[in-house]
Design a protein around this ligand. Structure first.
Ligand code: HEC
Length: 244
């Protein structure tokens, strides 16, 4: 065994000792007993771990500009929505088989093909509009009908309040035999920060997530290899073509 080997062993031991010292010092600072029984007993400096780990300045809360529809719907109140629907009843029936008024019947509207209720004469704008009435589509349309769908014959200004529209959508959900589930709420800022902390790497979920990440990287590598192979084949073919 050469000298170099023992040098490395010595370096490793010194490194280890240094690390233990650093951890000890930091631990003392963070967790030292409050001598005078102050309100932060056991915590010399109240460090906002979430702020440190999440990289937010001094624990400042991040103001979200808009709340996603899934979150709004999870907190929505269908009976409040039924009251808002009073603004629609002059033009829309809501009971099954109740027929159309100036607008089409709203029974089963969630998930329904846009502009396709039997027996109603839609504007061409709505009749030709692609897709189904998802919660997102209804939310956009009801916020500003003419802005969302230019040329619609629905003479209604729209409902500006995000919560009010969510309540209304929760009521529309009830107008069906089998109710279309709400979209899932987006994870909150806090959940995202929590998921990203080091602790989670050691949990089962964290391990699964990193395994999935590694797998997807491997998939990408495989695809790159396949692409390389294909490109090489292509060149060979081209070469053959040129040869003919
Ligand atoms: C002044 C009458 C009027 C009012 C008030 C009104 N609507 Fe309408 N609505 C219509 C008409 C007319 C149409 C068909 C539009 C077209 O053909 O372009 C329509 C279409 C719709 C559609 C599309 C239905 C489908 O079958 O594709 C939805 C959803 C809708 N309205 C919801 C509402 C809701 C919810 C309210 C209350 C907040 C409301 N409307 C208020 C007249 C109205």
């Amino acid at each position: 065994m050469g000298d170099l080997f023992w040098n490395k062993v010595a370096a490793a031991i010194i490194g280890l000792i240094l690390m233990v010292m650093v951890i000890g010092v930091v631990g003392d600072i963070v967790f030292s007993e409050g001598d005078h029984g102050d309100e932060h007993a056991g915590l010399a400096y109240p460090i906002d771990l979430e702020a440190v780990l999440g990289g937010t300045a001094g624990g400042a809360t991040i103001e979200e500009e808009t709340i996603d529809l899934g979150t709004l719907l999870a907190a929505a109140d269908a009976s409040a929505g039924e009251r808002i629907f009073r603004r629609c009843v002059s033009c829309h029936n809501a009971a099954p088989g109740a027929g159309n008024l100036q607008g089409p019947n709203m029974w089963g509207v969630v998930g329904r093909d846009i502009g396709a209720y039997p027996g109603f004469a839609y504007s061409s704008a709505m009749a030709e509009y692609p897709g189904d009435w998802t919660y997102e589509a209804l939310d956009g349309f009801l916020a500003n009908p003419r802005g969302y769908m230019s040329g619609t014959a629905m003479a209604f200004a729209g409902i500006r309040g995000d919560e009010d529209r969510a309540d209304l959508l929760a009521y529309l959900q009830t107008l069906d035999d089998s109710q279309v589930p709400f979209p899932a709420p987006a994870p909150s800022e806090e959940e995202v920060v929590e998921d990203a902390t080091l602790e989670n790497v050691f949990t089962e979920e964290g391990a699964e997530a990193s395994a999935a990440a590694i797998e997807s990287i491997e998939n990408i590598e495989d695809q790159m290899d396949a692409l390389d192979d294909a490109a090489a084949d292509g060149q060979v073919d081209d070469a053959e073509d040129n040869g003919n």
